[in-house]
Ligand binder design. Structure first.
Ligand SMILES: [Zn+2]
Length: 260
């Protein structure tokens, strides 16, 4: 893959992405939360998960409404999931880093990737699921984006997608035969396929390394903080780490092997 040149230019396209990013984060959180539950996403107006009250315009302002309402519903006092402001913040970080790494419409293409990764993260954290309606179009979009951004060629993206998907699907299959339970879900393999389409063959090893390293550190940190051994059958949400790794490699580039 060709590395993005990091520089910042505030064009109208970049400004629009930055201004709209917190709203994109709200939408990503909504999509990630509702898709695995089979609930309608766009048609239904936003409502409180506890009391069902329809939220007014003020209650839909990202971050501000959460801060002013101290994380609680104005109608029933029920807790607003912390996932919502976190997704809104993450979406701002996505737009800001895209603004540094890309220019023109490529900023928006990168944001589309980053905001979809946020929806996938929310979905995996809340339901341990990665809906096909997100991963499969993301893979196709990665191949199409190659024409616009010039970061990877179409062939590079296609080969990267096949290799990454095949490797993860094979790993998941071997683990399932060996341990008799699911370690790596098929959804993770599809997400890796999408990653390959976006970062190309040369980016795939870095995504795997950063993703696996992050997940391992999270498990070790949890064990250290709780002073409890990791339960044998407890699955961890792996996709958030893969999503973080995909974004890192897309914006900063693959890891460089430093030998000296
Ligand atoms: Zn409520």
């Amino acid at each position: 893959m060709t590395l993005p040149a990091l520089s910042f230019a505030l064009t109208p396209l970049t400004l629009a992405a930055l201004v709209l990013s917190p709203f994109a984060g709200s939408l990503a959180a909504l999509v990630g939360q509702r898709l695995p539950q089979g609930r309608p996403v766009v048609i239904a107006r936003s409502a409180c998960d506890h009391c069902g009250a329809t939220l007014g315009p003020f209650e839909l302002i990202p971050l501000v409404s959460f801060a002013v309402q101290r994380g609680r519903c104005r109608h029933c006092g029920g807790r607003i999931p912390i996932m919502l402001p976190l997704a809104e913040l993450a979406a701002i970080v996505v737009a800001a880093s895209a603004a540094f790494a890309f220019y023109g419409w490529s900023v928006w293409i990168a944001c589309a990737l980053g905001w979809t990764l946020i929806a996938l993260t929310v979905s995996d954290v809340t339901a341990l699921r990665l809906p096909d309606v997100l991963t499969l179009p993301l893979a196709a979009a990665g191949l199409l984006a190659s024409y616009r951004t010039g970061m990877v060629t179409f062939i590079d993206g296609a080969v990267g997608a096949v290799i990454a998907f095949g490797l993860f699907a094979a790993l998941g299959f071997i683990y399932r035969r060996w341990r008799g339970r699911i370690g790596l879900g098929f959804g993770d393999a599809k997400l890796m396929g999408a990653a390959g389409a976006w970062v190309g063959v040369s980016g795939v090893p870095s995504v795997m390394l950063i993703g696996a390293g992050g997940a391992l550190l999270a498990v070790l940190a949890t064990v250290a903080i709780t002073r409890q051994p990791w339960p044998r059958h407890r699955r961890i949400a792996f996709a958030p780490w893969l999503c973080l790794a995909i974004w890192w490699v897309y914006v900063v580039g693959p890891l460089k092997l430093v030998l000296f």
